[in-house]
Ligand binder design. Sequence first.
Ligand code: AVJ
Length: 323
Amino acid sequence: TESRFTLDDRLPTGYFTESLRADVLAGLGGTPRTLPPKWFYDKRGSDLFEQITRLPEYYPTRAEQEILEQRAPEIAELTKAATLVELGSGSSRKTRLLLDALTARGTLQRYAPLDVSSTALAEAGEAICRDYPRLRVAGTVADFETDLSLDDDPGPRLLAFLGSTIGNLDSGQRLAFYRTLSLALSGDDVLLLGADLVKDPDVLVRAYDDAAGVTAEFDKNVLHVLNRELGADFDPDGFEHVALWNADEERIEMRLRARTAQTVKIPDLDLSLDFAQAEDLRTELSCKFRRESLTRELHEGGFTVRHWWTDSEERFALLLAVP
Ligand code: AVJ
């Protein structure tokens, strides 16, 4: 498989430590205190997320899978893609539905996953290389928020951004992302975007605060990451996992709420943080979408929505948009 598999590491040296330090300085000192969700995903965090996708309460993965099972052949026919680019590829279960359909259609030459984790890319890339003997796999280690250059992949390109990861961005970040992406794509390329939809708040809150406590562990994992990477002394048991529905912004907010007043030291940053009792540290936004407003914001960002598919219960949407 060696010759069909390449891995291009485009992260600047010291990227992890440097951007973690910058994010912690910017986010933990402010009010409200925030951290970007990308720091959840070390080895343990990625394993916990895999467990989340199998929880009875966490419907998005299954709903999106259902749509892809139904629509992958149609997507292959509509796009006739020569390259499947995947942002934030993670586990490849859903990717394979697209690879199968595009392989059957006979147009696919290359799979180009882009992720910040080189180990995740290497593992998933090797497996896909093995299972698709005529496919070239060209992985890129990069942070899609800062580096989106899609270079010389053969077109038409199908750019998949699945799992409603788009919901992690606030509206300003989403607009910037659409604009960069629409400029990077050419006329016959398409964007395939997965988006979780607004629904009963109880269903949403349960999806982010499951009975088994896996999401709570996932949330607190970011504190373990800060302890290990920056020498911080967070006591994860000193914080309570909270998932709340922000009805005005139509988003789930995950927070870690200090159980008691406490001081946290981060020696590598010369920081000492005083948490009041019940003070929140916001660890993730998970925005939920409606057809009209998502179509409108994509349009502002340079995309026209051509197809909109949902699962049978209309919990999740998969859309195809062109620049
Ligand atoms: C991977 C960002 C799509 O927001 O649903 C799952 C992450 N957080 N449970 C989401 C997540 C808590 C997930 N995304």
